[in-house]
Design a binder for this molecule. Structure first.
Ligand code: 5GP
Ligand code: ZN
Length: 112
């Protein structure tokens, strides 16, 4: 989608600080980090949120979790949190599916 920020980042039209990239997904550092390590992993195809995951598009979600496991290992991170906000009330501000990966500090529960 041409008017989607993360589609534009995935296509390279808007620069990002990349952590990992392959044909299906891109991981890049969050512009406003909430932990010492904070990167986002997005599918290259436009999926609006977790609420739009279906049998037809869910393979990329499994792939993203493989990537999170691989990239955190490569970074030497063993303890981390994966978050995906779905909808405005849950804090979603960009309507393109993304998984936050946060690490490097103590995490509280429940989240705010
Ligand atoms: P959400 O609020 O939808 O769960 O997460 C969106 C995230 O995208 C936020 O943490 C925000 O800091 C990040 N973000 C927004 N715009 C940009 C951008 O242009 N570049 C990068 N790298 N991160 C962004
Ligand atoms: Zn998009």
């Amino acid at each position: 989608m041409s008017d989607c920020l993360f589609c534009n980042i995935a296509a390279g039209g808007i620069p990002s600080n990349k952590v990992y990239e392959d044909d299906q997904c891109l991981a890049f550092h969050d512009i406003d980090p909430q932990a010492p390590t904070h990167f986002l992993v997005i599918p290259k195809t436009h999926i609006p949120s977790c609420g739009a995951v279906t049998a037809e598009n869910s393979a990329v979600v499994a792939h993203i979790f493989e990537v999170i496991s691989k990239v955190t290992k490569e970074l030497g991170i063993t303890d981390f949190r994966v978050v995906s906000n779905c909808g405005a009330q849950a804090g979603q501000s960009v309507a393109h599916l993304h998984f936050h990966v946060l690490a490097g500090r103590d995490m509280t529960w429940p989240p705010g």
